[in-house]
Design a protein around this ligand. Structure first.
Ligand code: XUL
Length: 500
């Protein structure tokens, strides 16, 4: 049998088709977006749902040319999390042309208002798994209801990117799965139902505008009839779509607590399975329902690939030259550190980043290259400690995971072996595996076997660097704290009492 997984990420739509008879990926396709998003000065970052649908049609057409469509049994999907799509009575009608996506930072006011109404950030985190974050869907919906109340009134159904694309395939409004639904500040994580108090604190009559919540393995129907004949997929079954990080959990084989994945993509993320929902005291990171039925902890950094690219380009280096610079410089970079906030940052929250500076004015180009990579690795380590998962192994994915020098820095900073997973598209693979599991009901260990295998030998941590990074981590935390004190106004002037 064949199963397809699609992933609508920030930059492209990717498809992976797996053949469960031969235990391999048999088709991989990607459609890049010409204009992935448009950013405005006020922190708004919007993308076009019409563009996503165009890519969906293009990728289905490409798949049909490569596989025996009569063997394709089910399809599921993954999408960038938190983004919201505003529809009329059917998914084909939009009440808002553009969709705010996860990079949007325009809702600080709404976050403060919702947290105040729900008893503070800690309460919101305990209820929904995360304190309010500007990119989360609830604050975004509240801003839309305030800034365009007429269009909000005309909206019949508010989707996540995942449930919207599932709806387009289904031809009617699809449900939201528990895992992606956890990224909205609207779902009660304990009951996996919409939280009445969170809905009320967010926007008027919101319950009537949200689709139902379902487990991630729910079969939601079959491909709409006109697309069945158009693409030649007869009766193809659709499994609920989910967020890219929950899908990557499956696509990187994290089916046990104690393994952590680091995805080095547009955003850098660190995540792992949790049997119990531990919420961080200071509101760092998020707890989501996992597509396996348990929970997952995740911390997200906005300054990922774009920050690495920016430093590389400023230094005028190719990636090979950048890697050579990492090889020439020692672990710990002779104490040269940087804070990697070129754009507003999610973790820690920095709405207006100070100009990026190094701790040494005379840093060489090589030291600058190492400084960004070490800073990102230390931020990953520091801001994932709240999960309480001691990393026995790191599974690395995403564009930059092909770089052995970057993997060595991660291994040393985490003092754990790093296994690289071939599929840079772990979210699409995870979606395909979810379709397979939902269709057959097989145990997860059997589902991932053969499909999720590390490439080559792991990158081992060097024992001689352990002490260097233990003390560098401490220095990094110090400069992060002192910079945060400078970028944030004193507590008395802040609506949230300075807790953010
Ligand atoms: C997760 C997050 C990002 C997006 C983009 O909370 O904001 O990882 O899912 O892919």
């Amino acid at each position: 049998m064949l199963y397809a997984g699609l992933d609508c990420s920030t930059q492209s739509l990717t498809a992976v088709v797996i053949d469960t008879d031969v235990g391999d990926v048999v088709c991989r396709e990607s459609v890049p977006f010409d204009t992935p998003f448009v950013a405005s000065g006020s922190g708004e970052v919007h993308a076009s749902p019409v563009m996503w649908v165009g890519a969906l049609e293009e990728i289905l057409a490409r798949i049909t040319r490569q596989i025996d469509t009569s063997r394709l049994r089910a399809i599921s999907g993954s999408a960038q999390q938190h983004g919201s799509v505003y529809c009329g009575a059917t998914p084909d009608t939009l009440t808002r042309d553009f969709s705010p996506i996860w990079m949007d930072t325009s809702t600080a006011r709404e976050c403060d208002e919702i947290e105040a109404a729900l008893g503070g950030p800690g309460e919101v985190a305990r209820l929904t798994g995360s304190r309010c974050y500007p990119r989360f869907t609830g604050p975004q919906i509240r801003r839309f209801a305030r800034t365009d109340p007429d269009a909000y009134e005309r909206t019949t159904c508010i989707h996540l990117v995942s449930s919207y694309l599932a709806s387009v395939l289904l031809g009617r409004h699809a449900p939201i799965d528990h895992a992606d639904g956890s990224g909205m500040n609207l779902m009660d994580l304990a009951t996996r139902q919409w939280s009445g108090t969170a809905l009320e604190a967010t926007a008027p009559r919101l319950r009537s505008k949200l689709p139902p919540l379902v487990p991630s393995s729910t079969m939601i129907g079959t491909l709409r009839e006109d697309w069945q004949s158009r693409f030649g997929f007869s009766q193809m079954r659709l499994v609920a779509w989910s967020g890219d990080n929950p899908c990557s959990l499956v696509g990187t084989g994290l089916i046990r607590e104690g393994q952590l994945a680091i995805s080095l993509g547009t955003s850098d993320t660190i995540f792992g399975l949790m049997r119990a929902p531990r919420v961080s005291d200071d509101g760092t990171g998020h707890v989501f329902a996992s597509p396996l039925g348990d929970y997952m902890g995740i911390t997200v950094f906005r300054n990922g690939a774009l920050a690495r690219e920016r430093v590389r380009q400023e230094l005028g280096m190719t990636w090979d030259a950048f890697s050579a610079a990492l090889r020439r410089t020692p672990a710990g970079n002779d104490g040269v550190l940087m804070l990697p906030w070129f754009e507003p940052e999610i973790t820690p929250r920095v709405d207006a980043p100070p100009p990026v500076a190094l701790t040494s004015d005379n840093a060489t180009p090589d030291q600058r290259a190492r400084a960004i990579i070490e800073a990102q690795a230390m931020a990953l380590r520091l801001h994932s400690a709240w999960m309480g998962v001691s990393a026995g192994a790191i599974h690395a994915t995403g564009g930059a995971s092909v770089n052995p020098e970057i993997l060595q820095v991660l291994a040393d900073v985490f003092d754990a072996p790093v296994h690289r997973f071939a599929a840079p598209d772990s979210a699409a693979l995870g979606a395909a595996l979810r379709a397979y599991q939902a269709d057959t009901g097989q145990p997860w260990t059997d589902v991932i076997a053969g499909f999720v295998t590390p490439v080559g030998a792991p990158t081992e941590p060097s024992p001689t660097h352990r002490a260097t990074y233990t003390s560098l981590l401490f220095s990094y935390q110090e400069i992060e704290n002192s910079s945060l004190r400078l970028t944030r106004p004193p507590a008395a002037e802040r609506a949230d009492g300075g807790s953010r």
